[in-house]
Design a protein around this ligand. Structure first.
Ligand SMILES: [Zn+2]
Length: 334
């Protein structure tokens, strides 16, 4: 199916994108979703190691999708459900999934939990309070004004549906599937409930959204820049031989350097914000310059909200380091 065909037919976007044309038009999502549709997912698994496979996500694993993980051992387990609803339905037909685990509670990782609603769902203990409810998640991730739009985006673009978890885990629990065991590593910063998983024998790190892309993300109230830095440093010191990233796939080369580059993005953002401050700017003025997102191609109000949140975390850090001073609503470089 070609992109041009999809653009022509975008007002009648078929399953799995049950998106209303008006919503897409209003939110400038038509083009974005059409691109995703063009890369319809084929459930061709990529082997990570014995018993462990990556299920490629739609749009090459980029948002609004992510790659999922399938463990086929004495138990058959799915980790994260953001690879695409049709792919998950195919997985469900081909594998007898015993249970589902979520790495954290972002919608591009939990969208398809409902496909396996007859199976146990195990989520991080820090995310258990939001209990698979879109209303609770919207209260957690955006302000009251944006919550209805966020829920609409989650429902209509990512096809998220409420799905109650049945159990939770923390760093004390080790998942043993048979020959393969995965140890959860608590890595807050991105969200308060983010875990990575380490396979210790072969030193395979499932890093999820410490994803080694050029876009580290920490835009929620609960996100924390110092914790994000600590989590990246901790993951690097594990010296993994293979990293499996939710948005970059299987990485086997230059892993230490790639962790450094990911970490350095945070410092680059500090410097960019400092440069933009000039004679002093408010957070709102900085958001207009989009030093982190660069542009707001879809659902602008949500992206601006998260841009402001990330900028404020950088300003807090710069203030603490004595490089920025606050004067009323304005921030000035010292
Ligand atoms: Zn995430």
């Amino acid at each position: 199916m070609s992109i041009s065909h999809l653009l022509l037919s975008a007002s009648q976007i078929p399953h799995p994108f049950l998106v209303t044309a008006d919503f897409l038009k209003n939110q400038n999502l038509k083009k974005h979703v059409s691109k995703c549709m063009d890369i319809m997912v084929q459930a061709s698994l990529q082997q990570v190691a014995e018993h462990m496979f990556l299920i490629p996500g739609g749009n090459n694993g980029r948002f609004p999708f992510s790659h999922s993980i399938l463990v086929v051992d004495e138990e058959t387990v799915l980790i994260d459900t953001g690879c695409g609803i049709e792919t998950l339905q195919q997985i469900k037909r081909e594998y007898d999934i015993d249970y589902v685990i979520n790495s954290h509670t972002h919608i591009d990782h939990i969208a398809g939990n409902w496909v396996f609603k007859d199976k146990p769902l195990i989520v991080p203990e820090e995310g258990f309070a939001s209990r698979g409810s879109l209303v609770k998640l919207s209260q957690r991730f955006v302000n009251e004004e944006l919550a209805p739009l966020w829920r609409k985006f989650a429902r209509e673009v990512l096809q998220v549906r409420d799905c109650e978890p049945s159990d939770s885990y923390n760093a004390q629990r080790t998942f043993s599937f048979g020959e393969v065991s995965l140890k959860p590593i608590y890595t807050p910063g991105h969200t308060i409930d983010h875990y990575c998983f380490l396979e210790e024998n072969e030193r395979i790190l499932f890093s999820f959204d410490y994803d080694l892309t050029s876009f580290p993300w920490y835009g929620h109230r609960e996100s924390n820049l110092p914790d994000f830095r600590s989590s990246v440093e901790r993951l690097k010191t594990l010296s993994p031989k293979i990293v499996v990233s939710s948005h970059k796939g299987i990485i086997t080369e230059d892993i230490g350097a790639r962790f450094d580059a990911f970490y350095n993005k945070l410092d680059e953002r500090n410097e960019r914000i400092l440069t933009l401050l000039g004679g002093g700017k408010t957070i709102e003025q900085l958001v207009d310059l989009a030093p982190i997102y660069g542009k707001f191609p879809y659902v602008e109000s949500l992206l601006r909200y998260w841009e402001a949140s990330m900028i404020s975390k950088h300003l807090k850090e710069l203030e603490k380091n004595g490089r920025v001073q606050r004067s009323g609503e304005r921030y000035v470089q010292i």
